[in-house]
Design a protein around this ligand. Structure first.
Ligand code: NAP
Length: 262
């Protein structure tokens, strides 16, 4: 994020914090002004990104003066920590939740952002939108979609990577070299995505177009059906979503209890 923001916005100043010297050195090498003092970082920033693990949030919270949050735009990328919990803790701040994914490393994150519209100004919303556009595409969604987003788009790159590996292994089992198969699969997937996007057609139309009587595709599709691949994919996303809900509930309960103790 540090690298992307500095490249994207002219004249922006980025502060970063961390507990370890190693983290600070890394942030500095990327162009941020790094500090161990979280209160200093919050006080001096207009927009604050909360990107610690959720269970570290109560400690971080205890290191920042309560009035330092006043007037700040705060964007939490912590999985599962609800707007309601954050709004209660960060008094006077405009709070957003975002769920980017690993593709941010190549400027292609598919990021969901949620907020309680009544509690934020349009300028802050536009600013958050602009910041995440530096990492890829941005989708404004109701907060209740974030767990599904986590199961589909957050975990998605891992699922797609598994599918790619499976296709490559199929080609290797049939006698093709791994390298040729791997490059071919990546290119073929890229092309299929482009086809779907540019022709604005349903995936089923592509399937039917490629399927000829007694041909290769229909025989492959028969295996697809008998192995329950599509049902498996549906179950994978639903299971990841349910786990995200579970983690969110655990995290919110723990954070609420800890915040009451601070
Ligand atoms: N990884 C992803 O693709 C992804 C995607 C979407 C959302 N998220 C969310 O992003 C958050 C971070 O995930 P991650 O994978 O980047 O975790 P991570 O690699 O463990 O990074 C967490 C960072 O927080 C710092 N930190 C912890 N406690 C701190 C404190 N009290 N003050 C200052 N800095 C502190 C750590 O630095 P020190 O060790 O030096 O303190 C570390 O740099 C999580 O809440 C996760 O749910 C991650």
């Amino acid at each position: 994020m540090i690298k992307a923001f500095l490249q994207c916005f002219e004249g922006i100043h980025v502060y970063a914090s961390g507990r370890r010297d190693e983290t600070l050195a890394k942030a500095s090498s990327l162009g941020a002004e790094a500090h161990k003092d979280n209160d200093y970082v919050v006080r001096n920033s207009d927009v604050v990104f909360l990107s610690v693990k959720p269970y570290h949030f109560p400690v971080l919270y205890s290191q920042v003066n309560r009035d330092s949050w006043e007037g700040k735009v705060v964007v939490s990328v912590m999985a599962g920590v609800k707007l309601e919990t954050l709004e209660k803790a960060l008094v006077g701040a405009e709070v957003f939740r975002a769920m980017p994914n690993i593709n941010a490393f190549v400027g292609r994150s598919t990021t969901a952002v949620a907020t309680n519209n009544a509690a934020v100004r349009n300028e802050s919303r536009d600013l958050v939108d602009k910041l995440f556009r530096c990492l890829g595409t941005v989708y404004w969604v109701p907060e209740e979609y974030l767990d599904i987003w986590t199961g589909l788009v957050g975990s998605g790159p891992a699922f797609i990577a598994e599918i790619i590996d499976g296709l490559v292994l199929g080609a290797v089992a049939s006698g093709m070299s791994r390298e040729v198969a791997y490059n071919a699969v990546l290119d073929m997937i890229d092309g299929t995505v482009k086809l779907l996007k540019e022709l604005k057609i349903h995936p089923i139309e592509v399937r039917d177009e490629v399927t000829t009587p007694a041909g290769t595709t229909i025989n492959g599709l028969k295996v697809f059906e008998s192995k329950g691949v599509k049902a498996g994919l549906m179950e994978i996303v639903e299971t990841a979503y349910k786990r995200s809900v579970e983690i969110g509930n655990e995290v919110n309960k723990a954070i609420k209890t800890k915040l009451q103790m601070i």
